[in-house]
Ligand binder design. Sequence first.
Ligand SMILES: C[S@@+](CC[C@H](N)C(=O)[O-])C[C@H]1O[C@@H](n2cnc3c(N)ncnc32)[C@H](O)[C@@H]1O
Length: 323
Amino acid sequence: MDTLVSPIAEVVRAGLSARKKTLPPWLFYDAAGSALFEQITSLPEYYLSTMERELLMNHASAVMDRCADSRNLDIYELGAGSARKTVHLLRAALARSGATQYHPMDISLDAMEGAVRHLALELPALPVRPEVTDFTRAVPAPGSRFADGRKLMLWLGSSAGNYEPAEAVRILRRVTASMNKGDCLLLGMDLAPEEGGKPMRDLMAAYEDAAGVTALFNKNLFVRLNRELGADFDLDSFEHEARWNAAASCIEMHLVSRREQRVRIDALEEKFHFDSGESVHTENSYKLSTERLKSLLCDAGFPLEIVWTDADHWYGLFLGEKS
Ligand SMILES: C[S@@+](CC[C@H](N)C(=O)[O-])C[C@H]1O[C@@H](n2cnc3c(N)ncnc32)[C@H](O)[C@@H]1O
């Protein structure tokens, strides 16, 4: 059997060999991808981050009152990234009388290093125990938890929407398996457009921004494959495309080949054929209704306690408590 030079090689081979080519979204997040995502979060079109930040600022104390009150609290976060928005919750957690520890998890080492540096400046009193891990496979590492306290799991940034809902439930059940009755889960989710009449124009613009940062973020996948696997993707011959899949209530991101071409990947010793107009499906962003999110939380074992949304119901923070 061949020895593969990179842990991502087999994933890429399988994705590009499929009848409908696809690559998993976690591949976006190398150092450049994490930095580009951070830029996306400050784009005027990317209302998801702006709204979530505002909701967290307004309701951080209420989240803490509900989840921990004055007890010791371990806060875990899936795909924490830069943790910039989480700071609002963490500040409220530190303002209580109970002690707090923060356990951010992310597949991106660069994102975790950035988060740790930022938190050391913003909240020097907060113990931070980062973990670089793939949460689709791993569960939070045991140890260094408060024996007597509460736990709060965060999944923010509408990132649970990158998974088909049943898969999001499976991930949540696995990563919260050691949580106890009374522990909490806080999901930040972009809502289905029909929920508050969010115009399709605004929804699409969040994934097709005028400055082209999302296109760079999407194409960075091929930049990564060129560098790490010795591929020869010609970036100009692929186009970034966001599509609304109404049946699934999902934004799909694609990289579409502008011409018929073959791409060689040295590490796989293989060439992949692309028809003109053929796409590589790189990400899904499901937009669920409050009702569906309520049942998703229930299926994950955290019946819904409180929802906070903006006045127009574009975005929501969903708090569930383990039953
Ligand atoms: C959409 S970004 C959200 C970042 C941040 N939570 C926010 O709200 O701005 C998704 C984050 O999840 C991380 N991520 C994606 N898939 C992951 C996986 N399978 N395991 C661990 N982290 C993952 C990415 O590196 C990225 O930082």
